[in-house]
Design a protein around this ligand. Structure first.
Ligand SMILES: [Zn+2]
Ligand SMILES: [Zn+2]
Length: 252
């Protein structure tokens, strides 16, 4: 059971940049490579029943050169984001606010706050990128080059979008409500996996829905992380998409 002493315990391992990066990068690459292997298997065997949507040729995969391009962009974006994550974890987290990992009463509360803040942050930065023609044309259109999302394309984006939108939504919660380093690793891992799952286009009971897949097909709906902001501000969509609505920038 937690005590007041737990909350001010200075023996707790402080939040470490290397810990955060280890969990963030491990979660991202293990998950994306697993989905890539699955997609390739399904593609090779002509299986699409596990995908929300499929490409124009009826197969759930993209050409090899696009896969390589997505991997290179992901690595570049992770390098660009590293100084920001370093700065946030090393200098902006108030260590005196640490909570014990064993204080189970606070874990759901903090994670709820983090999810709500991440949804707000991602929703508004994402929606702004769509509403402003200049920002969409020069920044966000890169993320939408492919209509059908794959896990490996989760952070296929302009570096400015990656740092402000993706890293911002990941770290806005810990910045506003700092917690123990172990819980921060858990949050970063969960949020990273959520982003990969949202782009996987794969039907996984209770873990994925079609919302972000749908966003990639018709653009002006489902801007948020968890759907709360979309429901609040009238952009949530579950209705069936008509063929003529599908966005067609270049690739499928
Ligand atoms: Zn996306
Ligand atoms: Zn978008």
């Amino acid at each position: 059971m937690s005590t007041t002493a737990d909350i001010t315990n200075t023996d707790i391992t402080p939040i470490s940049f290397s810990h955060i990066m280890y969990w963030h990068l491990s979660a991202y690459w293990v998950a994306t490579m697993s989905f890539l292997a699955l997609d390739y298997y399904w593609y090779s065997n002509g299986i699409s029943k596990y995908k929300f949507s499929i490409s124009a040729d009826g197969r759930p995969f993209a050409p090899t050169r696009m896969i390589y391009k997505a991997i290179v962009v992901a690595i570049c974006n992770q390098i660009v984001a590293t100084p920001f994550i370093y700065y946030i974890t090393e200098y902006c987290i108030d260590q005196s606010w640490q909570l014990s990992l064993y204080d189970i009463y606070y874990i759901p509360l903090y994670f709820l706050l983090y999810v709500l803040l991440a949804d707000q942050w991602f929703y508004w930065t994402h929606r702004t990128l769509h509403m402003n023609r200049f920002l969409y044309k020069h920044i966000h259109s890169i993320h939408h080059q492919w209509v059908f999302p794959m896990a490996i394309r989760a952070i296929y984006a302009h570096p400015v979008e990656h740092v402000i939108g993706n890293v911002g939504s990941l770290m806005i919660g810990p910045l506003c409500f700092p917690i123990n380093g172990a819980l921060l690793c858990l949050w970063v891992t969960s949020a990273t996996l959520n982003s990969v799952l949202a782009h996987s286009g794969t039907k996984i009971y209770m873990l994925t829905d079609e919302a972000h897949d749908m966003h990639h097909r018709v653009l002006l709906c489902n801007f948020g992380v968890m759907g709360l902001c979309d429901r609040l501000f009238g952009t949530h969509r579950t209705a069936r998409i008509r063929p003529e609505e599908v966005y067609n920038q270049s690739h499928t």
